[in-house]
Design a protein around this ligand. Structure first.
Ligand SMILES: [Zn+2]
Ligand SMILES: [Zn+2]
Length: 348
């Protein structure tokens, strides 16, 4: 029966239980009404599993990494039983630890039954039970779902790339819930990470691919059955391009210097310094050109040509003057099999 139906009425004006005069609820004065109703109940003991490795708590079916007080409140939200006639309720908790694992608590319930506000203190005891969470159990058994392979196309990763990639993967794993790196090692000029989560492996491989203009692919391997389901491990392969910023590449017979690598690759044609932009896949198959960078003396220049002295042979060479070229006594040149070209400055 809803209490709203039993609003205090003026007739009778006394409690059928004790005879007290005044407002009545279900024909009872407030005191007798509260004696007859428990309104809120909390179990005598609140047992919570606590991971002895990482300190997280099992609430319902989930391991949660929160302070103990928060874990107790999350459990109380599930277990406090209110009578139906309680309209609104809130509570606060006082903690009196007996020792590390046993904490006496007083739950102060503040409730409204219609317009009657009432408070009730309920005593209970939190008992922390040592256990081990799923993540720590997996971590200890070197569990992994995904291998993240970082390689570079036709070359080893540079030390800087190695360091940046490792730092990034660690940062991503640390900020993800319940995830860990089971193992990591240098492998074939690159780096392998064994990760506890497929989803994280996939996300990180996508992120690295876009950061490094890399190609990414995945392949799954059946490793067994669990609870009637096929278990797969996935390898996510991230292949950084052969080229890096500053390299000269041959793309369909034209030479370009790599100026920048973000989502797309910005380049300059080293013959005329014209700017272009390619997607990583457009440059698949383009090779890095073996070239040397030298300083050369500028001898003569016309409107669109100039003569320089090849510092290797001391011979005069005529080269085209590119767009936006600023003449100086000594200029930077790129020398490769195809000839000598004025080097674009990496700054613009
Ligand atoms: Zn009474
Ligand atoms: Zn744990």
């Amino acid at each position: 029966m809803r209490f709203g139906f039993l609003k205090p009425n003026m007739n009778p004006l006394f409690c059928v239980e004790c005879g007290a005069e005044g407002k009545v609820y279900e024909s009872l004065c407030e005191k007798c009404f509260l004696e007859r109703h428990r309104l809120a109940e909390v179990p005598e003991f609140l047992d919570i599993e606590e991971c002895k490795e990482c300190g997280s708590f099992l609430i319902g079916s989930k391991w949660i990494s929160v302070p103990m007080e928060r874990a107790v409140e999350m459990l109380l939200d599930k277990v406090i039983a209110y009578e139906d006639l309680v309209d609104t309720h809130q509570y606060g908790v006082d903690y009196e630890p007996e020792d590390e694992k046993n904490i006496k608590i007083v739950v102060h319930c503040d409730m409204y039954v219609d317009e009657m506000r009432t408070e009730k203190d309920i005593h209970s005891k939190v008992r922390l039970k040592p256990s081990q969470c799923v993540t720590c159990t997996r971590r200890k058994s070197r569990y992994y779902e995904a291998t993240l392979q970082i390689r570079a196309d036709g070359r080893n990763l540079t030390d800087e790339e190695m360091e940046a990639v490792t730092k990034y993967v660690h940062k991503r794993v640390d900020s993800a819930t319940d995830a860990f790196i089971s193992e990591e090692e240098k492998m074939h000029g690159g780096w392998d990470f064994l990760l506890s989560s497929k989803t994280l492996g996939r996300n990180i491989s996508k992120e690295l691919a876009s950061m490094y203009c890399a190609q990414d692919s995945s392949s799954a391997k059946l490793v067994g059955m669990k609870d009637g389901h096929e278990m797969y491990r996935v390898t996510y392969a991230v292949r950084l391009p052969q080229y890096k910023v500053g390299d000269v590449i041959d793309h369909h017979g034209k030479l370009y210097q790599i100026m920048g690598m973000a989502t797309n690759i910005s380049v300059k044609n080293i013959e005329d310094w014209s700017k272009h932009s390619f997607t990583p896949s457009e440059l698949v198959g383009s090779s890095v050109v073996d070239c040397s960078r030298l300083q050369a003396v500028l001898l003569v220049e016309t409107e669109d040509e100039m003569q320089i002295m090849d510092p290797d042979t001391m011979k005069t060479v005529t080269i085209k003057k590119p767009e936006g070229f600023h003449s100086e006594e000594e200029i930077s040149i790129i020398k490769c099999e195809k000839g000598i070209f004025p080097a674009p400055s990496q700054k613009d």
